[in-house]
Write a new protein. Structure first.
Length: 411
């Protein structure tokens, strides 16, 4: 079987990593897999870069429709209107299955899906596939109707850009042989409730990772390599644009840590942040903070997770939450809010703690609960690693995809 994975990138960014890990998993179980990407960063010979002029012009052109909404929120919003050369490339490669992942930022035009002439399996990295352009709906449920009057565009018109994008999707995808894969039950529920994709077949398959790369590393060794203290409880927080992206919840972690500082000695606990640089003006979070900057390779991330006592993922919305699954694979318990995709990763009081959304005091309570009992903590670490091996290993998820692909081709 020949699978072609379409992704904006291969390893740059969390969505790209999820796609590339599936690609690795398919190869590991002996299946043919290629990736077609706009931006290639790996040396993998199975990854092909789409180099047409249209692909180069797509990203800047994709932002043009948004000029009509100067007051819009600075969240990601994709119109995907610019032409591309993808259909011709897919025809030349002639795969059995096309597996879409994150294909926005001007890479794949909405109307291109109908031209692929292959069964399409779309792995949803966020909510864009069934909205009028936003990637996370926040508190808006207009994707369950036809969008319009979009709060992220600050629009009060029914026939705004979000309605036009919704209608383009409805028209273009009406006859596409499309199956949806979501990484979490929450995402599946959102798809089922959506007006665009609610009638499609939906399969839930979590994102996978290499449990050989993401594994527990001796804590003392990890801290030495990263220049972190040996004698402190280290609370870890991190993501791409960790402190800048409001959806990642750093603004909720700060009051939680300030509350924690009232219960725990400030001499015993320190915060470690990756995916962000130190701010110009130091923040008062109640504890000393170590900013590690950005990491682009899996081994460095495994070191960071292994150095920490607890990982906190205070996101408002996550389709899955790969930092949480990566931390568990390294034997590090996770504290998160009991909401969205993170509920499928963290088993509260078994391998971490799920706090009431979005109560910062309960988030602090969860961190304290993880750190308080050393015997319980060791069991949490064991449970965390076991959950990752059982639920997120590359080969396990690759086989689930393979089974789905085979079933679709037989039909």
């Amino acid at each position: 079987m020949k699978t072609l994975i379409l992704s904006t990138s291969d390893i740059e960014g969390g969505a790209a990593r999820a796609a590339y890990r599936l690609h690795q998993g398919l190869l590991a179980v002996g299946e043919g897999s290629q990736m077609l990407v706009r931006a290639k960063y790996s040396s993998d010979r199975h990854v092909l870069a789409e180099k047409s002029v249209l692909t180069k012009l797509g990203p800047p052109a994709s932002r043009w429709p948004l000029r009509r909404y100067p007051q819009r929120e600075k969240t990601l919003f994709s119109a995907q209107w610019f032409p591309d050369a993808i259909a011709a490339q897919v025809a030349r490669l002639n795969p059995d299955i096309v597996n879409l992942h994150w294909v926005c930022s001007g890479y794949v035009r909405i109307e291109t899906l109908a031209k692929l002439q292959k069964p399409v399996v779309w792995t949803l990295q966020d909510m864009w596939a069934f909205t009028g352009g936003c990637h996370y709906s926040q508190n808006c449920d207009r994707y369950q109707q036809q969008c319009g009057s979009c709060p992220q565009l600050k629009s009060h018109k029914e026939r705004d850009l979000s309605r036009k994008i919704w209608k383009r999707k409805q028209k273009a995808w009406k006859h596409v042989n499309l199956t949806v894969v979501t990484p979490s039950r929450w995402m599946a529920e959102c798809v089922q409730a959506s007006s665009l994709l609610g009638d499609r077949r939906i399969a839930v398959i979590p994102f996978c990772l290499s449990t050989q790369t993401y594994r527990p590393i001796d804590t003392n060794v990890a801290r030495n390599l990263l220049g972190l203290p040996q004698d402190k409880h280290l609370v870890l927080f991190g993501a791409i644009s960790a402190t800048a992206d409001p959806r990642k919840g750093f603004h909720l972690l700060i009051p939680a840590l300030q509350k924690l500082s009232q219960w725990e000695s400030q001499e015993n606990v320190e915060l470690v942040v990756f995916g962000a640089s130190p701010p110009e003006k130091p923040l008062d979070v109640g504890f000393k903070v170590h900013y590690l900057g950005n990491f682009s390779d899996d081994l460095s991330l495994a070191l960071v997770y292994s150095a920490a006592d607890v990982m906190v993922v205070p996101s408002l919305q996550e389709s899955f939450g790969q930092t949480a699954s990566e931390a568990l694979a390294c034997g590090t318990p996770v504290v998160a809010f009991d909401t969205t995709g993170l509920r499928d990763i963290v088993d509260s009081q078994q391998n971490g703690y799920l706090a009431k959304p979005y109560e910062t005091e309960d988030l602090a309570r969860g961190i304290a609960w993880i750190l308080q009992d050393r015997d319980r903590y060791q069991q949490l670490r064991t449970n965390a690693r076991e959950k990752a091996e059982r639920a997120f290993a590359l080969e396990i998820q690759a086989k689930r995809y393979l089974s789905l692909f085979q079933e679709l081709l037989e039909k």
